[in-house]
Design a protein around this ligand. Structure first.
Ligand code: NI
Length: 426
């Protein structure tokens, strides 16, 4: 531990400090370095030109938030299990190590969530990450994997990495907001770190900081609407998924699809092994798109050109009641010369801004609560029970539903007539 301190400049935290050689060795593994080549926000750069930062800087940021939280606990003499300091920081650093190219956009295509890959990378003896962890401490790889998949017995450590006020959210909201320029996504991170307190098995917040926490939750709400659900970000994701679906269909037909990267075949077939998975990054896909653009299939070629040139599909609000019109819209799309299977797509997404009430019966989930703590009395109060703005955004799943079609179709008068006639001439 007496090695030189390493200091990295960072736009969110000013500086990121590394004292433990284990952290430095992990940063320098092949699997962590791969995250430099994966965009944190997938296709958001189509909407916000600045939003093309990497998973790598976010991962360092999560480590730094956890490091700062632990230092704040120390300064305040809070009861905190310091034997887990290293485990918490390592888990924060590695929590996203299994991310797919373009972050979340491809999880749907592959049918596997990134956490599964993260755990596989950490557990597999062939990876550098695993070897570095096990060299430092026997069994550490398994403990880190348990924290990331939330099965580690100490809930404090788990909630620090994934919870309502975890280091992951704290870092990505600030980072994404700074990078995109959406400045109402920022909040007082330094104060949040200062007012978080570990109490037995949970992290709580000092009650006097209620407005700081409100600002954080509202920032999350704004970021979802302005950035993560932005119609143009979603248009990029829709196109990305459609390109891969077309490629999968061509592969199934056996029509001589090119595989510019050797792992693409098993990627599209959903049979990738770990080594193949780690060989893929954003640039492998860009390269495939450039090659497919010049290929023989007119649909795949057009979709790839649209993605590379940002000639995206156009969005229209599409409530579920309008699904009865889909067949007619598909005919309209076909009348413009487009195959509706690839050029008429309903995109559905949504989130809960504060996960206390989950599920259709809206039963509160104690583990997902933010607790306000009064030191003098020891009282714990759940956030939404005393905060009007949080009450307003807490309880519901907020769905976003849109239809994506080529621009020519979206401005076709017949499209308007179709929708308005069914809405009683609204
Ligand atoms: Ni993350």
């Amino acid at each position: 531990m007496t090695e030189d301190e390493k200091v990295l400049k960072d736009p969110v935290h000013g500086y990121i400090y590394v004292h433990d050689p284990l952290i430095w060795d992990l940063i320098n593994t092949r699997e962590m370095q791969r995250l430099r080549r994966i965009r944190q926000l997938g296709c958001t750069y189509f909407a916000y030109p600045g939003g093309d930062h990497s998973r790598f800087s976010h991962s360092l940021g999560v480590y730094e938030v956890i490091r700062q939280m632990i230092r704040a606990f120390e300064r305040n003499n809070y009861t905190w299990p310091h034997e887990f300091d290293r485990l918490a920081m390592v888990s924060g650093l590695l929590h996203d190590v299994g991310h797919a190219p373009f972050s979340h956009a491809l999880e749907k295509t592959m049918g596997v969530r990134h956490e599964k890959w993260s755990v596989a990378i950490i557990r597999d003896p062939s990876t550098e990450v695993h070897q570095v962890l096990e060299r430092a401490e026997a069994g550490l790889a398994d403990r880190v994997a348990d924290v990331i998949q939330k099965t580690f017995p100490n809930r404090l450590i788990v909630s620090m990495v994934s919870g309502q006020l975890d280091a992951d959210r704290l870092d990505y909201l600030m980072r994404d907001s700074l990078a995109t320029g959406v400045d109402y996504g920022t909040f007082d991170l330094a104060r949040i770190i200062r007012v978080i307190e570990p109490i037995t098995d949970r992290l709580v917040v000092r009650k006097s900081a209620i407005h700081t926490v409100e600002a954080y939750l509202l920032a999350r709400y704004f970021m979802y609407w302005q950035v993560y659900f932005h119609p143009v970000s979603r248009a990029g994701e829709v196109l990305l998924q459609t390109i891969l679906r077309r490629a999968q269909d061509l592969m199934a037909e056996g029509t001589g699809l090119d595989f510019p990267h050797p792992a693409l075949r098993s990627f599209l077939a959903g049979t990738m092994d770990l080594e193949e998975y780690l060989s893929l990054d954003d640039s492998a896909l860009y390269n495939a798109f450039s090659v497919w653009r010049m290929g023989a299939d007119p649909i795949l070629s057009d979709l790839c050109a649209r993605f590379l040139d940002r000639h995206l599909l156009k969005e229209l609000a599409w409530p579920a009641e309008q699904d009865v019109l889909l067949e007619s819209v598909r005919e309209l799309v076909a009348s413009h010369g487009y195959d509706p299977n690839y050029y008429c797509i309903v995109d559905e997404t949504g989130t809960v801004y504060y996960d206390y009430y989950l599920g259709s019966n809206r039963e509160p989930n104690q583990e997902n609560a933010i607790w306000l703590y009064e030191r003098a009395t020891g009282n714990l109060t759940e956030m939404s029970s005393v905060s009007l703005p949080i009450q307003a955004i807490a309880s519901e799943h907020h769905p976003v539903r849109r239809l994506y079609v080529p621009w020519e179709v979206s401005v076709d008068k017949r499209f308007d007539t179709l929708v308005h006639d069914t809405n009683g001439g609204l």
